[in-house]
Design a protein around this ligand. Structure first.
Ligand code: PLP
Length: 390
């Protein structure tokens, strides 16, 4: 199966207005997603929010099936939440931390994850340890294996970092975690929707992702996968009457499925739109998506590297749709502003979003161009042509 680029562009009204290379920020949604969201909002307008939710129950329930299919899980292992951070936090803060526990993580980790590690480290006297990289810049699986002992409570790794094209070896990390019996939490926020991500192949216990990035869903949506293997051992940091049942005056019972990580009130239109986005990705085929996205990104890296004064900074033997670069003599924010004036959307990655990595590599802020399957080689030309002179 290959992507019919004409068709997916016809499904994407935004393609007529901009060259959108900010899919790692928030993608252009296909019209099917926008229509599903707007249709539900219109229904709420006509009949009332609760009544609309009841009438659309099949559609919102379909989202659990679509998301489960997308990542190779079962529907009762999926919680739908507001974003990837909330999904990740609900998993992370559910673990029963005690002094001396160790967390093994990667250098490329996202800021919000690192901040949460540091908070738990302070609160419970837990140790946070960054696993060294291999020679390609990915987490070294060998080093990880050497660091395992009985005090390791969690392996928490970002699959694709916010600041570059690297793909960490999730399945190899999963194999180490399984062998050692250590819980493995994968931040797949930037990988779901652009790569094939299968929780059983990877062997993770927990996986967090967002709707609006490569999955092309609505903003304000995300999900958590929690394996049935460990669900019963995790009591969420917050409970409400959806996550648990108040069974007697002084008792409650936590839900038996992953919805224990949700709360009652939610963005129903967004939830429906997320399911439509997952179904859209499934209809194109995850392998076909990955092939096109990684191919376009490699083409862009090649074109940028050939330009004098432009440096590409992506690491890893396996790389994805995120391309980061700098232009000699120009601050990356100015480069992004200039591209924006030419209707080319990119973003800027700065140390504040991944400090361990930026400091270790002594990186300045980076221009981040993130491609999707609906982008074309002409889009890449437009980017290269709009760069400032060096
Ligand atoms: C690697 C990574 N993890 C987590 C997040 C947070 O996602 P969200 O904004 O949906 O909470 C991001 C956002 O950029 C990210 O790049």
């Amino acid at each position: 199966m290959t992507i019919d680029v004409g068709r997916v562009r016809a499904d994407t009204p935004g393609c007529e207005h901009v060259v959108h290379l900010n899919n790692a920020g928030s993608s252009l949604p296909p019209r099917q997603v926008t229509e599903a969201v707007v249709d539900h909002l219109r229904l709420e307008e006509r009949v009332g929010g609760y009544e609309a939710a009841a009438a659309a129950l099949d559609r919102s329930e379909r989202t659990y099936d679509a998301v489960a299919e997308l990542v190779g899980a079962d529907r009762d292992e999926i919680a739908l939440v507001e974003n990837a951070t909330r999904a990740w936090d609900m998993a992370f803060y559910s673990l029963p931390w005690k002094p001396g526990d160790r967390i093994l993580t990667s250098r490329a980790e996202y800021a919000s994850n690192a901040i949460a590690f540091l908070q738990i480290a302070r609160r419970h006297d837990v140790r946070v340890e960054v696993v060294p990289d291999d020679e390609t810049g990915a987490l070294s699986v060998e080093a990880l294996r050497d660091m395992i002992d009985e005090r390791v409570k969690l392996i928490a790794v970002t699959h694709v970092p916010t600041q570059g094209g690297l793909v960490n070896p999730a399945a190899e990390i999963g194999a180490v975690a399984r062998e050692a019996g250590v819980t493995f939490l994968l931040d797949a926020c930037q990988s779901v929707g652009q790569l094939r991500v299968d929780v059983r192949e990877i062997g993770c216990d927990l996986l967090s992702a967002t709707g609006r990035k490569f999955l092309r869903g609505p903003r304000g949506t995300g999900f958590l996968y929690c394996s049935r293997r460990i669900l019963d051992r995790l009591e969420p940091p917050f409970l409400d009457l959806h996550a648990a049942t108040w069974t007697s005056a002084d008792s409650y019972e936590v839900r038996g499925d992953a919805r224990r990580f949700e709360n009652w009130e939610g963005y129903v239109a967004g939830k429906i739109g997320l399911g439509v986005a997952a179904d859209y990705a499934l209809s194109l085929g995850l392998d076909a998506i990955e092939e096109r996205v990684t191919g376009l990104a490699e083409t862009l890296r090649g074109r940028l590297a050939a330009l004098p004064g432009v440096t590409v900074h992506d690491q890893g033997a396996r790389r994805c749709g995120i391309v980061t670069f700098t232009v000699d003599g120009h601050d990356s924010r100015d480069v992004a502003a200039r591209l924006s004036a030419s209707k080319v959307n990119v973003s800027v990655s700065a140390a504040s979003s991944a400090r361990w990595d930026f400091e270790a590599r002594a990186l300045p802020s980076l221009v981040r161009a993130s491609v999707h399957y609906y982008n074309t080689e002409e889009d890449l030309d437009r980017l290269c042509e709009a760069l400032p002179s060096r």
